[in-house]
Design a protein around this ligand. Structure first.
Ligand code: C2E
Ligand code: CA
Ligand code: CA
Ligand code: CA
Length: 280
């Protein structure tokens, strides 16, 4: 199929890759329909750098496959995207994270906690994303401003007009919007101004560079300053070391996540951490 006159040798590896993907797709469909709790959310706290307080959690999906064991979202999210299963999966993640946020009292006035949920670019291709979000909020009773949707820069740079309309509707509903992995894509400053974004999440690669063999703080600092001048909050991802924590706090970065504070935790442990932050 690559062109006439071209021959490809049959590679058994290739075949098993395809069969495996088909099988895994069928398994994921079953996991979504089934009630075996193969799919779960883990929660990683977001910390305010100035105070050390927990200000929210990011929900990260986990799949415990009955035969293969834990499968990383890095492996099954692309599969869900290419099979269309990201639609029911994405809705399930939104609903489960929102239910959990209400169970933890995120809907109570006083302490303002935010639940962050990752939304795939493929979900933005569905023009009814705002309706889905609105119905999940109505079902669970989570106030819109306690939910933050994380998207990658590609959402701003492809199907721009359609996605802008979707983001504006989401903004109307009142949810927060964050750009994930910021700095690894190719969003232009003009786009950043145009889209109603609240938060920039500084990709882990820039945090890594703060320490390492040839330390470099320029890029992290530039993103923090960019966020400040656009009136957006900044979150540093993947803080693993005390030195990175200190450097980012000094730069004026607002929030942070990373193994230095906590790994993503099952709901029970995350809830305990929320009640007793001294455990951090
Ligand atoms: P992400 O949204 O950038 O999430 C951060 C990833 O970095 C998570 O991996 C988290 O466990 C990991 N991480 C957090 N702190 C540290 C650290 O200090 N050091 C290191 N090395 N890693 C850290 P995870 O949970 O495997 O998720 C990978 C990616 O899968 C996510 O990247 C996100 O793009 C995607 N994903 C996860 N859950 C969902 C979901 O519910 N929906 C969608 N669409 N994508 C999801
Ligand atoms: Ca994320
Ligand atoms: Ca990220
Ligand atoms: Ca990432």
């Amino acid at each position: 199929s690559a062109g006439s006159g071209l021959f490809a040798r049959y590679d058994p590896q290739m075949h098993s890759g395809l069969v495996e993907r088909l099988q895994l797709g069928a398994d994921l469909r079953r996991a979504l329909d089934g009630d075996a709790n193969e799919l779960q959310l883990h929660y990683q706290p977001t910390i305010e750098l100035r105070t050390g307080d927990i200000v929210g959690f990011e929900a990260l999906v986990r799949w415990r496959h009955p035969v293969r064991g834990m499968i990383s979202p890095v492996d099954f999210i692309p599969l869900a995207e290419s099979t269309g299963l990201i639609r029911p999966l994405g809705r399930w993640v939104l609903a489960e994270a929102s239910r959990q946020a209400v169970a933890w009292g995120f809907d109570q006035p006083g302490r303002a906690l935010t639940m962050a949920v990752n939304v795939s670019g493929v979900q933005f291709d569905q023009p009814d994303l705002p309706q889905i979000v609105a119905s999940v909020l109505a079902e669970t009773g989570l106030p819109p401003d306690r939910l933050c949707l994380e998207m990658t820069e590609s959402v701003l740079m492809t199907d721009t007009e359609e996605n802008l309309a979707v983001l504006l509707s989401l903004k109307d509903i009142g949810v927060k919007l964050a750009i994930d992995d910021f700095g690894t894509g190719y969003s232009s400053l003009a786009y950043l101004r145009r889209f109603p974004v609240d938060t920039l999440k500084i990709d882990r690669s820039f945090v890594e560079r703060l320490t390492g063999a040839a330390p470099d703080a320029a890029l992290a600092r530039t993103i923090v300053q960019l966020g400040q001048s656009l009136g957006m909050a900044t979150v540093a991802e993947g803080i693993e070391q005390y030195a990175q924590f200190l450097a980012l706090r000094r730069m004026g970065c607002d929030l942070a996540q990373g193994y230095y504070f906590s790994r993503p935790l099952p709901a029970g442990e995350a809830g305990r951490l929320l009640r007793d932050p001294a455990a951090i």
